[in-house]
Design a protein around this ligand. Structure first.
Ligand SMILES: [Zn+2]
Length: 178
């Protein structure tokens, strides 16, 4: 058996109740297999979650790259699509924009991950409102089994925002409608 060394304090590990234990740190030691280090249970849990998150991000980049060509094929004339990451550590998505100047809003197509299904959201930067595409009945976010269905929905959501914008302009420009 390999020697147990505590990764936190680098002292040799001891044993307590027959399980690996670090006396200076006061923690049970458990092997984190990818690194070969002996760490606390909490630290191993943290590392496993971090690794899962990294894998999910990497998978989302692959899916976005895979689907981008299909998205370009299906978009209406003048619309555009690009790779998008909201912030560091977030999953990648495909951002879809209407032609320049039509509306300051974007819809996003989130690829499926191990934990989440494919979803579509829209963010309107003028009204500050963002929301997902809802399933029938409106109680929960819709998920899409195919890229094609998701694209159609993403375009529809953004068209809904454009429609609302035009309605608001008409309302604003014609005081008698108020
Ligand atoms: Zn220690």
């Amino acid at each position: 058996m390999t020697t147990i060394v505590c990764a936190t304090c680098t002292n040799p590990g001891g044993s307590r109740n027959g399980r690996p234990w670090c006396d200076p740190c006061g923690i049970w030691l458990v092997l984190h297999e990818p690194s070969g280090q002996w760490v606390s249970y909490a630290e191993r849990e943290y590392r496993q979650r971090a690794a899962e998150t990294e894998q999910a991000i990497a998978a989302s980049i692959r899916l976005v790259d895979e689907h981008l060509a299909r998205v370009h094929e299906l978009l209406p004339e003048g619309w555009s699509a690009r790779t998008h990451q909201a912030m560091r550590g977030a999953l990648y998505a495909i951002a879809i924009d209407a032609p320049d100047g039509v509306i300051d809003a974007t819809s996003y197509l989130q690829p499926p991950t191990g934990r989440f299904e494919r979803t579509v959201t829209v963010h309107n930067r003028v009204t500050g409102v963002g929301f997902p595409s809802f399933a029938d009945g409106g109680a929960r976010a819709a998920s899409f089994h195919t890229v094609d269905a998701a694209i159609e929905d993403a375009v529809g959501l953004l068209r809904g925002e454009i429609h609302d914008l035009e309605a608001r302009r008409r309302w604003r420009d014609h005081p008698r409608l108020r």
